[in-house]
Structures are given as structure tokens and as C-alpha cells.
Design a protein around this ligand. Structure first.
Ligand code: NZQ
Ligand code: ZN
Length: 381
């Protein structure tokens, strides 16, 4: 196991009716900016719950943070926040609203910098405090310090790191209104978050392995049940908690990480607009196939412990595990090949070209460069 430090300061406030606690969680004298997406929170009653809880607070509203939040939109929020001198931001919505809020919070604290400059620096050490009411279990953004920001004019999408939300309220009932496709994308995103931290080198940590496998097994179990019973509260609780635990630093203590599927997936989204979770489903199995020698030990462990595959040669078991993974994505309703998703050769070339230009080296062995990426994309057709 590698050395590590772990410090996750986000207060999680979980369960039914917990949005009402906002009144106590935010200082009474704060000047708040509420940030929102395109309006789902008005339809499902979350907006009413939030504004009721904050009736004694002072707040302004910023609407229109889109899925895959763009720096172009976020600059407008920064301008408003600076003009109104806000000193606390509450993101209400999905991961995009919260990721966007992380950038707004950093840019307000450094008005001399352009927001894109902060993203490209990769790390921001200045920010005003922010928190979330998270309505979409997927990104783990509610309990991590990362954010992924897009730039429309150049088709770019990059992650940067700032700090953790002060608190995040997770009421599983707020997720009942999610469209089925969005649930599918989120179940894919959560699954791949775990895989990116697990499917590397075997024998680094028994406890990290079993934590990861526990989340994967839970997802495989609940995915069909959620589809059949979309308003079962206990199922929703497990779904929400899987998302948070998958990407709140807990399952990666002292172990190597991959993230190549995400890096390629971000490019696919940047060039095509395909939803994040589905972009991962398009290429993850192909990445496992191309890197099967390097990941052999872990693939065999995964085959046995997650899919109960114990018969056959090593190669046969690995094939079966990759097939089972693809079937998981398909069973939740996602496409699993570039052809099926109408992602053409032009996109493949554009991604390879960019990876060449920036000298990309992704994955736990830092060997997923432009050429390996081409192999993965060709295999994903
Ligand atoms: O915009 P509104 O109207 O609110 O609708 C949203 C949006 O259209 C809707 N939605 C959210 N909660 C809902 C709901 N609709 C009905 N009922 C609800 N309860 O869902 C749509 C998608 O929302 P979005 O926030 O874009 O989805 P998600 O949470 O999956 O976030 C995706 C973004 O997060 C990034 C992705 O790259 C992408 O940009 N990621 C962030 C990470 C992080 N911060 O650590 C890690 C991830 O790997 C990921 O890259
Ligand atoms: Zn993701």
C-alpha cells in the first residue's frame, strides 16, 4: 500500500425531509447565491423546499448551469456573485450545478483571474465556502473536491480541484423525478468510478478491494430493481450512497488509480455532447480488452468476486468478465459501441490528435497515450 493522507471535511446530511435543515446549516448572516440548472428543481419541489428553508436568509439566484457546465455560463455567475458580494454559494441540482459552483466559488475568490485559467491550472487554493443540495447521485461531487468544466468554443473538457463542499444534503426522495436515461447514465458513471480505482494492480489492499467490490455488487443488484421500482425509498438510499462512496476518496486510500476511461470519455463528450455516463459505457469494455494483459490479475479477481466466474482458462474468464460488464451497461439501457452512438472516425481522429499534441499519458501505468487510445477507440466501434 502507498502512503496517503485522508481528510474529507464534508458534512453529509442524509435522508427524507433534510432540506429543511438548511436554515441551521448556513450562517444566518451569509449573503448567499443559489445556483441551479435548467429547472428540474422547480418541477420536483426541491426549489420550494430550499427557498422555504432559507426564508430568513438573504439570497440571490443564478439559473442556467447546463449539463457539462461551460465556462462561458459560469463567468456570468462569477460576475453576478462579485457584483452582489456573495460570500456563500449553495448548489441545488446535479453534479453539473455543483461542479460549476466549485469554479464560481474559486473565481469569486480570485477576481484577477479568468475562470478558464483556474481550470487549466488544475488546482485552486482559494475559494469562498459552498455547499450542495444534490439531486442526482452520480458524480460524488457532493463529497469530493473535483469539478469538470467544459469550454464550448474549443470543445475542451477538463477537471480541476478546489475544495470540498462544507455540507451536502442528500434526500433520496429528490431523485424520484430523474428520467430513466439519466438514472442509467448515473449507474454507469458510479460503476466506472469504482472500476477506475479498483481495476489496476492486484494485492495492494484487501480492504480497498473489498470496499470497491461491495459497491460494484450493490450496483449490479440494485440496477434492475430501481428500474422496476423507481420510488422504492430504501433502494434509492443505496443508490445515492453508492454514488457518494464511489468517489469521496474512501476507496482509493493507498492504491493506484486508472482514470483513462474518464479522460477518453470527456473527449467524446466534448466533441459530441454525449452524456458523461454513457460516454464511459461506450469505451470502458474496450479499454479492459486492450489492457487485458496489464490488468490480468485484477480482471481475474473481478471475474470471480463480482461476477462469480470461476470456470475456464484465464483468457476465457477475462472474456466473460468483460462481457458481463458490457451486459450491465446494456441492461440499464445504454449504448456500448461508438458505431451505435454515431461517433464517427472524425471524432476518433480529433481525440487522437489532441492526445498527441498534449502528450497524454493516462492510466495507472501512464501508458494510455495517443496510440493506445486509438486502439481503444478502434476496438470500441
Ligand atoms: O439542469 P436541470 O434542469 O436541473 O436538469 C438536470 C440535467 O438536465 C437533470 N436532473 C438533475 N437532478 C434531477 C434532474 N432531473 C430530474 N430530477 C432530478 N432530481 O439531470 C440532467 C443532468 O444533470 P447533470 O448535473 O449534468 O448530471 P451529473 O450529476 O451526472 O453531472 C455530470 C457532470 O459531472 C461531471 C461530468 O463530467 C459532467 O460534466 N463529473 C464530475 C465529477 C466530479 N465532480 O467529481 C466526476 C465525474 O466523473 C464526472 O466527470
Ligand atoms: Zn464520472
Amino acid at each position: 500500500m502507498n502512503n496517503f493522507e485522508y481528510c474529507n471535511p464534508t458534512r453529509l446530511v442524509f435522508g427524507k425531509g433534510q432540506i429543511a435543515k438548511l436554515s441551521q446549516l448556513i450562517p444566518a448572516d451569509a449573503k448567499i447565491m443559489l445556483t441551479f440548472g435548467g429547472g428540474s428543481v422547480k418541477k420536483n419541489g426541491v426549489y420550494d423546499q430550499v427557498t422555504k428553508a432559507l426564508s430568513q436568509h438573504t439570497f440571490i439566484e443564478f439559473w442556467g448551469i447546463e449539463p457539462n457546465p461551460t465556462v462561458e455560463t459560469l463567468r456570468k455567475a462569477v460576475e453576478l456573485g462579485l457584483k452582489e458580494k456573495v460570500n456563500f454559494i449553495l448548489a441545488v441540482g446535479g453534479g453539473s450545478v455543483l461542479d460549476g459552483t466549485k469554479l464560481i466559488a474559486s473565481a469569486i475568490a480570485q477576481p484577477e483571474k479568468d475562470a478558464w485559467e483556474i481550470v487549466r491550472a488544475g488546482k485552486s487554493c482559494k475559494y469562498i465556502p459552498f455547499a450542495s443540495v444534490m439531486t442526482l447521485p452520480a458524480t460524488g461531487s457532493e463529497m469530493n473536491s473535483g469539478a469538470v468544466i467544459s469550454r464550448t468554443e474549443t470543445h475542451e473538457k477538463y477537471a480541476f480541484y478546489s475544495t470540498y463542499p462544507v455540507f451536502s444534503i442528500l434526500d433520496p426522495e429528490t431523485t424520484y423525478s430523474l428520467p430513466e436515461h439519466q438514472v442509467a447514465c448515473s449507474l454507469s458513471d458510479i460503476f466506472v468510478h469504482v472500476m477506475e480505482q479498483y481495476m489496476t494492480t492486484p494485492g495492494q489492499s484487501r480492504v480497498m478491494d473489498r470496499w470497491a467490490e461491495g459497491i460494484l455488487l450493490t450496483l449490479v443488484e440494485i440496477a434492475p430493481k430501481i428500474k422496476a421500482n423507481p420510488t422504492d425509498y430504501d433502494l434509492r438510499c443505496d443508490y445515492v450512497l453508492c454514488a457518494t462512496l464511489a468517489l469521496n476518496d474512501m476507496i482509493r486510500m493507498g492504491v493506484t488509480q486508472d482514470w483513462a476511461t474518464h479522460m477518453i470519455g470527456h473527449e467524446i463528450t466534448a466533441f459530441t455532447g454525449i452524456t458523461h455516463g454513457e460516454s464511459l459505457a461506450l469505451i470502458h469494455c474496450s479499454l479492459l480488452h486492450v489492457l487485458r494483459e496489464q490488468k490480468k490479475g485484477k480482471l481475474l479477481q473481478y471475474a470471480e468476486r463480482v461476477w462469480n466466474i470461476t470456470e475456464g482458462t484465464d483468457d476465457e474468464r477475462i472474456d466473460k468478465a468483460i462481457d458481463a460488464t458490457r451486459n450491465y451497461f446494456r441492461s440499464i439501457g445504454l449504448r456500448t459501441s461508438l458505431t451505435e452512438a454515431n461517433v464517427g472516425q472524425d471524432v476518433v481522429e480529433a481525440i487522437v490528435k489532441r492526445f498527441k499534441e498534449i502528450g497524454a499519458k493516462h492510466g495507472e501505468a501512464q501508458n494510455v497515450d495517443a496510440e493506445i487510445t486509438r486502439k481503444i477507440l478502434e476496438q470500441a466501434k
